[in-house]
Design a binder for this molecule. Structure first.
Ligand code: GRF
Length: 221
C-alpha cells in the first residue's frame, strides 16, 4: 500500500461512542505528511459523541442503526455498501460495540483494524482494566491488530505498555492506557499506509528504517 501524501489511504472509521480514538485519527490525518485520510465515519448509534467530532472536522458521516435491520448480514451489507461507496480501503474499528460476523471479517480481510484496551492476547473481551488489576499484572496496555473471526484476535500491528500502580482504580488505569491508544492507532495506520506493515504467516512484519518510528510504542522503553 506504499503511498505519498497525494495518494492517501482512504479510511472508514466505525464507532459506537465518544470517539476519542477517532479524534486521534482525525488529528493525525490533519498533519500534512500523514499518508491516510478519513473518507467516512459510520456509527450504529445516532447519539454517538464521535459523530459530532467527525462533523466538526468536515468528515462525511453515516448512521447505520443495527436495530433497523432484520438480521446481522443485512446490517453488515449496508455498512459495506456505504464504505465501498466512499472508496474506503482500510476500516478502523474505534470503540465499535457490535460483534462482526465472519462474512464481514473476511470481506475486509487484512483491511480491518481494531484497537483493544489490553496487551493481547491477555484480557480479550470487556472490562479489561478491572480484570488486569484483579490479576495483579504489573504491565497493562493496548493493542492495534488486524481483525480475525475470533473476538479480539488477529495479527498485532502496534502495542504500548503502561505500568499498573498499586493504587490504580479501573478508571485511573483506563486513562493511562487511553493516552497510549491515541498514539498507537495513528502509528498503526501510518505503518500500513506506507506499506511498512504487512501480514506474513499471520504475523505483522514491520520494515523499519533509521528515520522511521519504531513498530512498538512503549513509554517504559
Ligand atoms: C477504547 O478504550 C478502545 O480501546 C475500545 O473502546 C474504547 C473506545 O473509546 N475498543 P473511544 O470511543 O475511542 O473514546
Amino acid at each position: 500500500m506504499g503511498r505519498g501524501t497525494r495518494d492517501r489511504l482512504k479510511l472508514g472509521v466505525l464507532i459506537s461512542g465518544r470517539g476519542s480514538n477517532l479524534q486521534a485519527l482525525i488529528d493525525a490525518c490533519a498533519e500534512p505528511d500523514f499518508p491516510a485520510e478519513i473518507a467516512l465515519v459510520l456509527s450504529n448509534r445516532a447519539d454517538a459523541g464521535g459523530l459530532e467530532r467527525a462533523r466538526a472536522a468536515g468528515i462525511a458521516t453515516g448512521v447505520v442503526p443495527h436495530r433497523d435491520f432484520e438480521d446481522k448480514p443485512s446490517f453488515e451489507k449496508a455498512m459495506t455498501e456505504a464504505l465501498d461507496a466512499a472508496g474506503v480501503e482500510l476500516v478502523c474499528l474505534a470503540g465499535f460495540m457490535r460483534l462482526l460476523s465472519a462474512w464481514f471479517v473476511e470481506r475486509w480481510h487484512d483491511r480491518l483494524l481494531n484497537i483493544h484496551p489490553s496487551l493481547l492476547p491477555a484480557f480479550p473481551g470487556l472490562d479489561t482494566h478491572r480484570r488486569a488489576i484483579e490479576a495483579g499484572v504489573r504491565f497493562h496496555g493496548c493493542t492495534v491488530h488486524f481483525v480475525r473471526t475470533a473476538m479480539d484476535t488477529g495479527p498485532i500491528v502496534v502495542q504500548a505498555a503502561v505500568p499498573v500502580e498499586s493504587d490504580d482504580t479501573p478508571d485511573s488505569l483506563a486513562a493511562r492506557v487511553l493516552e497510549q491508544e491515541h498514539r498507537c492507532y495513528p502509528l498503526a495506520v501510518r505503518l500500513i499506509a506506507e506499506g511498512r506493515a504487512r501480514v506474513i504467516d499471520e504475523r505483522v512484519v514491520v520494515t523499519t528504517t533509521a528515520a522511521a518510528p519504531p513498530a512498538t510504542l512503549n513509554p517504559m522503553g
